[in-house]
Design a binder for this molecule. Structure first.
Ligand code: ZN
Length: 212
């Protein structure tokens, strides 16, 4: 990646996450922005990349980058059970009539997004414990701003042809589902916005996927 690249990655061989300069600017990061916004946007992306070090791919590389599996069989079984439910959720999304998201193809990245939001949210709560509870700004609580910033980081527009090609080949879910398909598994999102049974994205607590 060049400094101008708006992207980020995890490299298992060096056990390293990389953020080019171009992603360290709004809407991902702004040194002058409210902390909730930075945790919800770049924080969730940092959590996503860190998560790759612990997921189905990261489990195959040791802390020194050596190609060796460090999970117990029990850990792998539990991981497979939890992630299968997430795969099933994404299989149900149909961004273009007749063309669905591929839950298996996008699983690793969806795990990264879910773990990333949860890690960033936990970090934001630690930040508030140290710096005091976030004020209400513009009628929005800190937790609401956290989730809105996460959603704003994934704003995108695609032509139908490009969206079709990506649905078949891209291991990342379409941006819309990287938000709506993820937050509905996060308990804190329900509390932040008072989401109730009957609401469009509501999932019963037992149907929400928690991996880590
Ligand atoms: Zn990723």
């Amino acid at each position: 990646m060049t400094p101008q690249t708006v992207n980020a990655y995890y490299d298992p061989l060096n056990n390293q996450i990389t953020f080019p300069a171009a992603i360290l600017q709004p809407p991902y990061f702004d040194p002058k922005a409210d902390a909730a916004v930075n945790y919800g946007a770049i924080g969730a992306i940092i959590g996503h990349e860190m998560g790759h070090g612990f997921d189905d791919q990261g489990s195959q590389f040791s802390a020194t980058g050596k190609f060796e599996n460090w999970w117990t069989p029990a850990a792998r079984t539990a991981f497979t059970q939890r992630t299968a439910a997430l795969s099933k959720q994404f299989d149900a999304y149909e961004p273009i009539p007749g063309v669905r998201v591929k839950g298996a193809l996008t699983l690793g990245e969806n795990i990264g997004d879910l773990g990333g939001v949860e890690t960033a949210y936990a970090a934001y709560q630690k930040y508030q414990a140290e710096h005091g509870k976030a004020p209400v700004i513009g009628g929005l609580t800190g937790d609401q701003r956290f989730f809105l910033a996460y959603a704003q980081a994934w704003q995108a527009k695609l032509r139908e042809g490009a969206a079709r090609a990506r649905l078949l080949t891209d291991p990342h879910s379409p941006p819309f589902y990287r938000v709506n398909g993820i937050v509905r598994n996060v308990d804190a999102w329900y509390t932040a916005f008072g989401v109730k049974p009957g609401d469009a994205l509501y999932l019963a607590p037992g149907d929400r996927v928690h991996i880590w």
